[in-house]
Ligand binder design. Structure first.
Ligand code: CA
Length: 220
């Protein structure tokens, strides 16, 4: 999963980035509203963490512009403590959730997991596909109850596919959602990771749909 982090406080931004990366996200970041707006309008993300008090362009304006342009990515806003009017303005502008500063990283991660699931119509934090299970809370993957050890790249790839059961996902989409903007993206890399992941999963779990991409088989 790929997250966009827009926060002007360098200390908080570094903490949030570290926490998100530890949880398996690839992260792009901006320290002002204009750059953040541009990234969100031009790149593909699975979730956005948006501070409201930002230089150049404030967070509410960023969010309003995205929503007016039909950018539907789930957004969690970060508000000042006890500022109920900021929460109301943020939700009215199109935020999906909010957190008041200071907050615990675990709470932000839980809210992001829930938003990403709901964006795909998934209710449970436990994703299952036949013998394969992925617990979005712990990042644990099992096949028939036996743990499977995945690298962070393999986990991100599997998690993205398991959030979209039965859907064909193109290599381009995977490339966009598994790497940050500054990464040297090459869709051949995706084939290599799919190959490695396949060797760790039951046969035919990941189908190749010729000319289109990959699909997680319904009855793996
Ligand atoms: Ca701020």
């Amino acid at each position: 999963m790929r997250a966009l982090l827009i926060e002007d406080d360098p200390t908080l931004r570094a903490q949030l980035r570290a926490g998100l990366e530890e949880a398996g996200y690839v992260v792009d970041e901006a320290d002002n509203g204009r750059d953040g707006h541009h990234l969100g309008a031009t790149e593909s993300f699975d979730a956005v963490v948006l501070d409201l008090g930002l230089p150049v362009l404030d967070g509410i304006s960023v969010l309003k512009r995205w929503r007016e342009a039909a950018v539907t990515v789930p957004v969690v806003i970060l508000t000042a403590r006890d500022s109920w009017h900021e929460k109301v303005a943020g939700i009215d502008a199109g935020a999906d959730d909010y957190l008041a500063k200071p907050f615990h990283m675990e709470e932000l991660l839980a809210r992001l997991r829930a938003l990403i699931r709901r964006a795909q119509g998934l209710a449970s934090p436990l994703l299952q596909m036949g013998a394969l299970t992925l617990d979005t809370r712990s990042g644990r993957v099992t096949v028939n109850g036996q743990p499977v050890t995945l690298t962070s790249h393999e986990f991100r790839l599997l998690s993205y596919l398991m959030h979209r059961p039965g859907s064909v996902v193109s290599r381009t989409e995977l490339t966009e959602h598994l790497y940050a903007q500054d990464f040297d993206r090459d869709s051949n890399t995706i084939e290599v990771f799919v190959g490695r992941l396949r060797r760790k999963l039951p046969p035919e779990t990941i189908e190749t749909v010729r000319g289109m991409g990959y699909r997680l088989a319904q009855q793996a």
